[in-house]
Write a protein that binds this ligand. Structure first.
Ligand SMILES: [Zn+2]
Length: 313
């Protein structure tokens, strides 16, 4: 299936993207020298490049459980999908801050869908070796966000990084008795989270909402998608909020903020926090960066009646 909103998996497009990234010479060039599809901007002390991990495809009933059949058909078509489901992007912010080179989430690696897991290759094309990454900060421990923590032999893909995850997320997923305590639908997620989090437990810092990870980067409470899901607010000229899966898709949840998402662990908390996030973003004109939004996923929430419109930055 093709996706008019962003990443096209065809070889031609991939080569174009790789060429554009390589041509940009390892992030040393000033803003504006990249091809349009390779999005880079500065925000306060942060230099941010959105690097694609590819895309994942989700079933219609996960993306749109509350939609009528007509709404479902129309939205799936707009997302570039078909009746069964639709592809959604995976946008990973690579942040340069002082001597740090930071990833917010590391994508799917080899542990989810083959259409994702492209982050390391795209970084390499930009001249960035995995060893150069100094921090990997997780929004949450789902396999499309922390799945690239290890490679096939169990070694760390980003061996020199410090890792960060919320304390609540760690406590929830690392429960040794997860099979007794969690519904069976979460067991695969728990096994994946344990694989990724235990692999870095000696390099892991547990954080809480309200805490600063770096000067100007604050942890924001956005639980519900998972119990310990967090977002990150970056100080600059007007703030920037990196939202992970607090609002899983721009097309669906900006226009229908009262709808549930099928992969939210606690759907009502997720919905409440999503609405608070969109309300605040619209009121305060906060710039947003969303993980599964049309690449690069950077823009604003503008009010439109009871809902919102995604306005690309
Ligand atoms: Zn996700």
């Amino acid at each position: 299936m093709s996706n008019p909103n962003g990443f096209d998996p065809s070889a031609t497009r991939r080569e174009l993207l790789a060429g554009a990234i390589a041509g940009a010479a390892a992030l040393a060039l000033p803003r504006g020298t990249y091809a349009a599809e390779f999005h880079r901007f500065t925000h306060g002390a942060f230099d941010i490049t959105v690097v694609s991990d590819g895309f994942i495809t989700l079933p219609a009933e996960v993306l749109l459980p509350d939609a009528t059949p007509e709404e479902r058909r129309s939205i799936l078509e707009r997302l570039g999908g078909d009746a069964a489901g639709a592809p959604i992007q995976a946008n990973i912010p690579l942040i340069r801050h002082g001597s740090d080179l930071i990833l917010i989430d590391n994508g799917s690696g080899t542990h989810f869908q083959a259409s994702a897991g492209k982050l390391a290759a795209n970084l390499k094309a930009a001249g960035i070796e995995p060893e150069a990454i100094t921090k990997v900060i997780f929004t949450h421990a789902h396999p499309d966000h922390s799945g690239a923590t290890t490679v096939a032999d169990g070694k760390l893909l980003y061996p020199n990084a410090q890792y960060f995850v919320s304390e609540t997320e760690w406590n929830f997923w690392t429960d040794k008795d997860y099979e007794a305590h969690m519904p069976s639908a979460l067991h695969d997620f728990a096994r994946g989270a344990q694989r990724d989090l235990f692999a870095v437990k000696d390099k892991l810092t547990l954080v809480k909402p309200g805490q600063e990870i770096l000067p100007g980067m604050q942890v924001i409470e956005t639980s519900g998608h998972t119990p310990g899901h967090i977002s990150f607010e970056l100080a600059g000229d007007g703030n920037l909020l990196i939202t992970g899966d607090a609002c899983t898709n721009d097309v669906i949840f900006f226009e229908h903020p009262a709808w549930h998402f099928g992969f939210d662990t606690d759907p009502e908390t997720a919905l409440k926090n999503r609405r608070m996030l969109l309300d605040r973003a619209a009121s305060e004109k906060i710039k947003l960066l969303g993980y599964h939004w049309s690449y690069p996923g950077v823009g604003y929430a503008e009010r439109k009646g009871e809902a919102y419109r995604f306005a690309k930055a």
